[in-house]
Write a protein that binds this ligand. Structure first.
Ligand SMILES: C[S@@+](CC[C@H](N)C(=O)[O-])C[C@H]1O[C@@H](n2cnc3c(N)ncnc32)[C@H](O)[C@@H]1O
Length: 319
């Protein structure tokens, strides 16, 4: 799928670093194959929990590239229904207007907090339908209770559970918890992290080791990821994949994919592992070579035994 848009700057819109375009291009490749694989289903549903803007601006060049919702709207064979959550009033209005201007009755925009609106929105999702949920917050905004609602929705339908691709802000976790306990507590950060995991416990042990200086930021980042994958594994997803997204200084966040479907897992693996051109500078070199993909290899087995910090049991968050 072509990702380029017209080339002119749009004032007032957020500008994104090249890693966002990289993430969106993986999404585009995956969705293109998802709807092919699901083409015989009566309903094929796309959910975007943090739908954002209709177009995105690339910071390095000022070029436009489509937002996730536009990528999903354009996919062929088409999704039969798209549910877009967006908290910001102007962005929600723009998403609605764009769908209306295209006469696209498949789109429902749910304005407000996706965590608060998920239960009601899922009532419109048939449990027999293949469903893909893109979970792309700026930071810690997605609560694990929302992830659980998605995972539970189709559990007893005899079909694979809702598939999801979730942004986990690994560097943000290390930075936000930081090295000053009272400051982090004053800002309510531990509670936000507990909501992200839906639990207390092991992530606090990782944080304690960081506070004591016995764990490097890199090891803490990896542990936060593996713990999140443990939480998803606890929802009984059969396949989990992790794709780090980096800038020139290192890892920013990790996209975590959860599915029950073997085809979903192999298609996402293909999309994640594909080398991609990442336009990191305003003046592109004469020849643009794809960057080798950043990879985690076989990270999710027996890691606790090798981890230098002993980890306690999960204690579920009381919502
Ligand atoms: C990273 S941007 C999404 C980018 C978009 N998915 C894309 O790829 O083009 C995050 C968006 O989520 C919205 N947002 C933040 N908190 C939210 C919440 N609790 N529920 C729904 N939307 C939220 C923000 O207004 C912002 O537009």
């Amino acid at each position: 799928m072509a990702l380029r848009c017209r080339q002119h700057r749009v004032f007032g819109m957020r500008e994104w670093s090249p890693h966002t375009e990289e993430k969106i291009s993986i999404l585009a490749d995956y969705l293109g194959e998802f709807t092919v694989a699901a083409r015989t289903a009566v309903n094929r549903i796309y959910m975007d929990l943090f739908a954002g803007e209709t177009v995105n601006i690339l910071k390095t060049t000022g070029e436009q590239f489509p937002g996730s919702a536009e990528i999903a709207r354009a996919v062929e064979p088409p999704f039969t229904s798209l549910i877009l959550f967006e908290k910001d009033h102007q962005r929600a209005t723009d998403l609605r207007t764009l769908a209306r201007d295209h006469g696209d009755s498949r789109v429902t925009v749910v304005e407000g907090d996706c965590n608060a609106n998920m239960l009601a929105a899922l009532r419109a999702v048939p449990t027999q339908a293949p469903v893909f949920a893109f979970v792309d917050p700026d930071g810690m905004e997605v609560q694990f209770r929302t992830i659980e609602l998605l995972a539970e929705h189709k559990r007893n339908s005899g079909k694979p559970k809702i598939e999801m691709w979730v942004l986990l802000p690994t560097s943000g976790l290390v930075r936000m918890l930081g090295g000053n306990r009272s400051e982090a507590e004053r800002q309510g950060h531990p509670d936000k992290v507990a909501r992200l995991y839906g639990a207390w416990g092991p992530w606090q042990d990782v944080w304690e080791a960081r506070l004591a200086g016995t764990l490097s930021p890199g090891d803490a980042r990896l542990a936060y990821l593996l713990l999140y994958m443990d939480r998803l594994a606890g929802l009984e997803y059969t396949y989990l994949l992790a794709r780090p997204i980096k800038n020139s200084r290192g890892e920013l966040y990790v996209m975590v994919f959860a599915t029950d479907h073997p085809a979903g897992q192999s298609i996402m693996q293909w999309a994640q592992e594909k080398d991609r051109v990442v336009r990191r500078t305003a003046t592109p070199p004469l020849f643009q070579y794809p960057e080798a993909r950043p990879a985690y290899e076989d990270i999710h087995t027996e890691w606790r035994e090798q981890f230098p910090v002993s980890l306690s049991e999960w204690v579920e968050y009381q919502w």
